[in-house]
Design a protein around this ligand. Structure first.
Ligand code: MEV
Length: 313
């Protein structure tokens, strides 16, 4: 086969980041309009990578590409294709290190691209297991949530180690996503929470239980179309995440500004310590007001996702 194309998309965690690492539920939505594509083509000699993170021979790739390199080598070994010659081109609309799942999305697209290139089928369980090979190297102790969502096309209720299932969202209003312009630091943030769990196990477990309750409450509020309750849960989750040490001053400030400018609820999303915030708005007027306020604070990029258009099964 001459060409193998693999596609994945950005993801946004509505609620449940960090708690997901400890087996608590999370609600995660794919942003199917924000895509990542890997294209593998046959070449005469070598194994070449072409991407914004790294361009050059696979075996000489840089440290930040180590997870994807290990993943590609694992796939080649499994498919008995260690000596195959190919070039893989990765193009992404997902900003890196913003909590939007770019690393998992890269893994998913790379797997799909290589399996397609070699004319092999892959089931969902194997897709997620392989993505974890890269995510373990990139993020240390991943829950698998990013891989599950960047490969999905509808919102999911995620619990680590369990089969996730679709969670239809039929709400009016908008999910507004704003990039703080600061790199998120999922690895260090997950490590901070792990240390906290070791030092203050009981207190930290209570925070995890509270985040789990907020996820359940949010699921119920989605089912009963209570947008304002979903927003309040966002703000409650942000306070807990802040206490856990995974927010930072810039995020706290953007949350503060959003809350005064039309947001029904605002929180960080993803690993934290930077990355994006998410906010909920009821209508276009509040969305416009919020976007203007956030842009005045210097956010680098914004996305508006109508909640009614999340279910693209
Ligand atoms: C990162 O997007 C989400 C975290 O919960 C880590 C994980 O679930 O692997 C912080």
């Amino acid at each position: 086969l001459e060409k193998g194309i693999g596609v994945s998309n950005a993801k946004i965690i509505l609620i449940g980041e960090h708690a997901a690492v400890y087996g608590k539920p999370a609600i995660v939505v794919p942003l199917t309009a924000v895509k990542l594509t890997a294209v593998t083509t046959a070449i005469e000699q070598g194994q070449l990578i072409e991407s914004t993170y790294y361009t050059g021979p696979l075996e000489r790739s840089i440290k930040s590409f180590a997870g994807i390199r290990k993943l590609i080598q694992t796939i080649l070994a499994r498919l008995n294709q260690r000596q195959a010659n190919f070039k893989m081109t990765i193009t992404s609309e997902i900003p890196a290190e913003r909590g939007m799942g770019s690393s998992a999305a890269t893994a998913i697209a790379v797997i799909r691209s290589l399996y397609s290139f070699f004319g092999q089928k892959i089931n969902r369980a194997m897709l997620l297991e392989l993505a974890n090979v890269a995510e373990k190297i990139t993020h240390g102790d991943p829950s698998g949530m990013d891989a599950a969502t960047t490969s999905a096309t509808a919102p999911i209720w995620f619990v680590k180690g369990q089969a996730s299932y679709n969670l239809p969202i039929n709400l009016d209003g908008n999910l507004v996503i704003a990039d703080s312009g600061i790199r998120g630091q999922t690895g260090p943030a997950v490590a901070t929470v792990r240390e906290r769990m070791a030092d203050f196990p009981q207190e930290t477990a209570v925070f995890m239980d509270q985040l789990a309750e907020l996820a359940t409450s949010t699921r119920n509020a989605i089912a009963s179309q209570q947008l304002a309750q979903v927003g309040q849960n966002f703000t409650s989750a942000q306070l807990i995440l802040q206490t856990l040490g995974v927010s930072n001053q810039t995020i706290d400030h953007l949350v503060f500004v959003a809350q005064r400018n039309g947001s029904l609820g605002t929180k960080l999303t993803g690993g934290g310590r930077g990355g994006c915030i998410i906010a909920l708005t009821a209508d276009q007027a509040n969305t416009d007001r919020l976007l203007a306020a956030l842009r005045a604070e210097g956010v680098t990029q914004t996305w508006i996702q109508p909640l009614a258009h999340l279910n693209q099964l």
